[in-house]
Design a protein around this ligand. Sequence first.
Ligand SMILES: NC(=O)c1ccc[n+]([C@@H]2O[C@H](COP(=O)([O-])OP(=O)(O)OC[C@H]3O[C@@H](n4cnc5c(N)ncnc54)[C@H](O)[C@@H]3O)[C@@H](O)[C@H]2O)c1
Length: 343
Amino acid sequence: MSVLVTGGAGYIGSHAVQRLVRDGHTVVVVDNLVRGHQEAVDAIRQSSAEGRVTFVPGDIGDRVLLQSVMREHAVKAVMHFAALAYVGESVTEPLRYYRANTAAALALIEACADVGVERFVFSSTCASYGEPDATNIPIPETCPQRPINPYGRSKLFVEHMLDDYAEACRREGRPFAYAMLRYFNVAGSDRSGLLGEDHEPETHLIPVVIQSVLGRREAVTIFGTDYPTPDGTCVRDYVHVEDLIDAHVQVLEAMKPVDRRVYNLGIGRGYSVREVIDSVRRVTGRQPAVREGPRRAGDPPVLFADPAKIRSELGWSASLVSLDEIVATAWRWMREHPKGYAS
Ligand SMILES: NC(=O)c1ccc[n+]([C@@H]2O[C@H](COP(=O)([O-])OP(=O)(O)OC[C@H]3O[C@@H](n4cnc5c(N)ncnc54)[C@H](O)[C@@H]3O)[C@@H](O)[C@H]2O)c1
């Protein structure tokens, strides 16, 4: 199948490209490289997929470009990863987030409508749930979506657009199947060692702690040590990036013409900030430098997924649930690429 992967030069999108070409699909990547790395796409091409991956530099807000890419490559499905994804930045630059995440997604969905693309998989986020109350932990898909920052809202609007567009398609008898996959904390690197996580600035906890043992930052700050959790630090659900992509592939294969699928993607248990730091110490054999700081606004104490729905409907569950195993994959890539893709 010919698949358009938006944001395919980014962390998660590049892992999707790798898996899709491994499975025999042809892939066209559209990425404006605002946060991505063309080196990631080049590495996939060189490793196995010469000729089956096309890279188109461009913005997904460009409807005309997307139409011509979809037509030229006879795109049958879209996996939409392209977005800006820093919560803090979304608070200081909200309009930039609504343009990149919401308005650009609108142009992408319009191009799908223009060309008749019938399958769409959207990277949504657990940030769309905001701060669930204790009765909704672990978080099921039925948890009310009340995002508490512009990032979460900019993604939730895309879910609404997809629902409304799909409803119109249903009324007109046009096939359109879509999935909204709400990720928890995506972590690790592909186990072949080709791809990794390289953000500037880096805000995700596992790479941040690894950067500290590599001497790329002075210390890791723990934001809040007085939460009502066993060790006082926040607890989050870390899902390995290859497991996450495996779920995408299973969803894509299972899609029927008018499907609407919503799944939480996580491992179904949480690890605390201190547990992550301890894991990096065990895996790397080095002691991360740690500083304790105050809580950050909008950080709920505990967030982890209830992944029962995708397990019962598709049989998917994460294969890596040990934090050390997940951290080991991230460590391998970061040790071999101490300056990221620039190394
Ligand atoms: N990383 C996580 O833990 C996590 C959790 C929940 C949801 N998500 C979602 O997953 C998706 C991928 O996240 P990631 O961590 O790989 O981020 P990333 O920043 O590594 O990748 C995003 C890619 O999209 C590209 N991009 C951004 N805006 C674009 C535009 N307008 N046009 C074309 N390309 C554009 C960037 O250059 C980058 O390559 C995002 O939609 C994010 O919201 C990620």
